[in-house]
Every structure is written in C-alpha cells, then in structure tokens.
Design a protein around this ligand. Structure first.
Ligand code: NI
Length: 210
C-alpha cells in the first residue's frame, strides 16, 4: 500500500513537472508568416537619372524554420520561405514613382543560436548569428535598362526570437532577423549599380518539438 502511494505520488509529480526545456537532439519545426522589409534608399541612381534613388517594396510570404538542438542551450537554425517578390520603385527625378525593376528572391539563412534559459521554462528566448545567401531570379526589367538581373549576395544575419511552449510539444514563436543583403545590377545601363537591401525580417509562427 505504501509502495502504491509512493508510485501514485511520483506519477502525479511527473505529470505536473514541466518538461519545456530543450534537450540535445530536439528538432523544432516552425511554420508561419515572414515579412521582409528592406531599408529605405536601396540604390543611388543619381548618376543615371538626376536626383533619384530606388526603394524596394516589402513582401510577406510563408516561412519555415527548423532548429536542431546541439545541447540544452545551443541550436542550429535553418530559415526557408516561399519566394519573395520586391519591386524597385524610383524616388525623385524623372523616375519618381516609376517601377524600375521587379525581382524574386530567396534568402536561406543558417544561424547558430543561444538559449539562455537552460532550466525548465515555458518561455525560451534566443539570439542567433548566421550566414545568409540570397539569390535573385525572374527579374523584370520594367524600365528597359537592359539589365540581366542581380548578383547573389552573401552576408551576416543577426537574429533574436522567443518561443512560448504551450505544452511539451506545441509552441508559438516570434522572431526577427537583420540580414546584410547587398547586390549589384548585372549588365545594361545600370551595370554595377549597388543595391543595398539589408532588410528586417519578422516572423510569427506555430511550432512543434519532435
Ligand atoms: Ni549591407
């Protein structure tokens, strides 16, 4: 009887003890929406059109992140998404308000992450440092500059986020990346034109821990 009582008590303790903390070997997959917001003034086109620059539009797509936990406090994250489309609009001069270029791109990013809350905690904030590779395709030369598109970009990505564990397996997540994306126009009248995108990316997601 005493043994039974002890067993029941242990089972109750196990049932109420939170098991939120991440462990080595955990895989956390999150899916949600990602908004990519380029900085203002992405290209100085004043050498081509007096007093003008280009501004890139923002875009929202479906995003997917997968995190592999190396230990309780360190993880590796891959960010993937459906293709983003940005239009470069002229600002100032003769191209004010004119769509100059439209492009699709994908910015896959791999980051090393640190989770300071090592102990069992339903809230798991983290910071990350990673590498981004962005490639562009399906460029539309809306203004007839004769360009052949944009060069791919390699750059650093700084990230931060927070997971809130609803239970041991489901979570909600908010995260942000600051990505260094710099590219150049290839060919045509704007050949070599530097385009600095350097966006902030925001993601809201639901996740599942395997
Ligand atoms: Ni940059």
């Amino acid at each position: 009887m005493k043994l039974l009582k002890t067993l029941v008590a242990s089972a109750v303790v196990l049932a109420v003890m939170p098991a939120f903390a991440y462990e080595a070997g955990d895989i956390i997959v999150k899916a949600g929406v990602v908004n990519i917001n380029p900085v203002d003034g992405n290209a100085d086109t004043s050498a081509l059109v007096a007093g003008s620059e280009l501004n890139l539009s923002s875009d929202t797509q479906l995003g997917l992140t997968a995190v592999y936990m190396i230990s309780e406090q360190f993880g590796v994250e891959l960010l993937a998404a459906t293709p983003f489309t940005h239009t470069a609009e002229g600002d100032g001069g003769a191209i004010d308000g004119v769509d100059v270029l439209t492009t699709k791109h994908l910015p896959p990013t791999v980051s090393a992450q640190y989770y300071p809350m090592g102990a069992d905690s339903a809230i798991q904030p983290y910071v990350g440092l990673g590498l981004n590779y962005t490639f562009f395709w399906d460029e539309e030369d809306d203004a007839g500059l004769g360009s052949n598109g944009l060069k791919p970009s390699f750059g650093l990505a700084y990230s931060a986020g927070i997971d809130y564990m609803i239970n041991d397996q489901w979570l909600v997540n908010a995260s942000v990346w600051k990505v260094d994306i710099d590219t150049e126009v290839k060919g045509g009248a704007a050949d070599g034109l530097e385009v600095e995108i350097d966006p902030l990316a925001f993601m809201l997601a639901c996740g599942f821990k395997f």
